[in-house]
Design a protein. Structure first.
Length: 179
């Protein structure tokens, strides 16, 4: 029975995503974009404005921007009562060979996007992305393991379903899985 004038309650889940850019030196030392000039001076022009990220939840675009500044977004999604499949897609574009240089006394430099975090219901999805996500690089049909650091144009996908709490419980592998 519904009460006239009463607003129906819609159960929501929360999604938060943080993304930044930086440069990897010799594939082992990370330099965030905020430290770019301190570390490289004028030897390595800023590549981050050429890198573009698009983040979608299902068909809704949450982010579509270059990586010249760190990006944080929060979004509420409907936590359905019936099993409904969802997908978070993170697409990086604009990376090309001209961005990769070798600086004397520093090393090989590669600009990258860093997925600082994906949180569903304030729980980190880092391990879920690595264990169950998918990664496809532009120009390749091969499936790759998703990573926090992305140095090639392509798309990372994390699928999940609602109702959210049964899905979260099915993903948890150990007590500290969602640290």
């Amino acid at each position: 029975m519904s009460i006239p004038g009463k607003i129906a309650y819609i159960k929501n889940g929360s999604l938060a995503i943080a993304i930044s850019a930086g440069t990897m030196i010799d594939q082992h030392e990370w330099v965030p974009s905020s430290d770019h000039y301190r570390r490289f001076g004028d030897q390595y022009p800023l590549p981050y404005q050429d890198l573009r990220v698009q983040v979608k939840l299902d068909n809704a675009v949450l982010i579509d921007n270059n990586l010249s500044q760190p990006i944080n977004t929060e979004h509420l999604f409907e936590d359905s009562e019936t099993v409904t499949e969802h997908a978070i897609t993170i697409t990086l574009s604009g990376v090309d060979d001209s961005h990769q240089v070798n600086l004397k006394n520093i090393g090989n430099l590669s600009p990258m996007m860093r997925i600082e975090g994906i949180w569903i219901e304030q729980l980190s999805m880092r391990l879920v992305l690595e264990d169950y996500g998918q990664c496809f690089y532009t120009g390749s049909n091969d499936l790759h393991v998703p990573s926090e650091f992305v140095g090639q144009s392509g798309t990372q996908i994390l699928k999940f379903s609602t109702p959210i709490y049964p899905w979260l419980l099915s993903m948890q592998r150990k007590p500290t899985y969602f640290y």
